[in-house]
Design a binder for this molecule. Structure first.
Ligand SMILES: [Zn+2]
Length: 253
């Protein structure tokens, strides 16, 4: 299915992670990344639809001081939106692939939007353990946001052009985003289902996933979605996938 909806995807800068040693090795549970070094972009995304704007992921914190040299925050999200003629108050929906710190870092900026989230993911983000972490300062305001809980797949604008799909296993309520762009065609933003394209090729998941069997089932589910829609997959932390989008100042149509 294609769509004539005027839909655009912008990939924005949410920081950079440099992973070496055990940090790099942990991106797979089969030892294949031992001795490797990764420089992984941490993008966040803006989706513009005639029915409103959606922010997908919010990068890493710009205010935390405990992340160390290996995590470098990106430029101001507010400035990046301003360059596109928008402000946080213009965002209608915010959704995170999952609640990890590099995807929820500035989410509090969007507490005026409607937060679309899996209920189990939301519960973990606001459990006692999470409340004790510094990350809470970055996304805690979402607790009071208007919230739309989704346990299944969710068609955000009701026209099939922006669909949030459940893909748990990395976290309890991890999701991916399917877009049907008018020129490019279907695109899947795969969250952290895979961290780099090489992981997709070899069906590798990190050691810190909450459920390996569920992760593999989600990989199968998303691969079936990709096959049936012939979607282009964007592995969010993959340097080449991000670089291909980063320079498109008018967005990907
Ligand atoms: Zn991540």
């Amino acid at each position: 299915m294609t769509t004539s909806t005027d839909l655009r995807l912008y990939a924005l800068d949410g920081g950079l992670v440099r992973a070496t040693g055990t940090d790099a090795a942990e991106f797979t549970d089969d030892g294949a990344y031992d001795g490797r070094t990764f420089e992984l972009p941490v993008p966040w995304f803006l989706v513009r639809h005639p029915g409103g704007a959606l922010v997908w992921d919010t990068g890493m914190s710009r205010t935390r001081t405990d992340l160390g040299d290996w995590a470098t925050a990106g430029p101001s999200l507010i400035n990046q939106l301003a360059a596109l003629g928008m402000a946080p108050g213009d965002i209608r929906y915010v959704s995170l692939s999952h609640g990890h710190w590099d995807h929820s870092g500035n989410a509090g900026l969007f507490a005026g939007a409607t937060w679309i989230v899996n209920p189990a993911e939301r519960a973990v983000m606001f459990d006692d353990e999470s409340r004790a972490t510094a990350a809470m300062d970055d996304y805690g305001a979402l607790e009071r946001a208007e919230t739309h809980l989704i346990s299944g797949d969710h068609d955000v604008f009701g026209d099939g052009s922006v669909v949030i799909a459940q893909a748990p296993g990395h976290t309890v309520g991890h999701t991916v985003l399917l877009l049907r762009l008018p020129v490019t065609g279907p695109v899947v933003l795969s969250g952290d289902l895979w961290h780099i394209v090489e992981s997709r090729t070899h069906r590798r998941g990190p050691t810190f996933n909450i459920d390996k069997a569920q992760t593999l089932a989600s990989m199968d589910r998303v691969e079936a979605l990709v096959a049936s829609t012939r979607a282009r997959v964007i592995v969010q932390h993959d340097p080449a996938d991000y670089a291909a989008l980063r320079g498109l100042s008018a967005g990907l149509r």
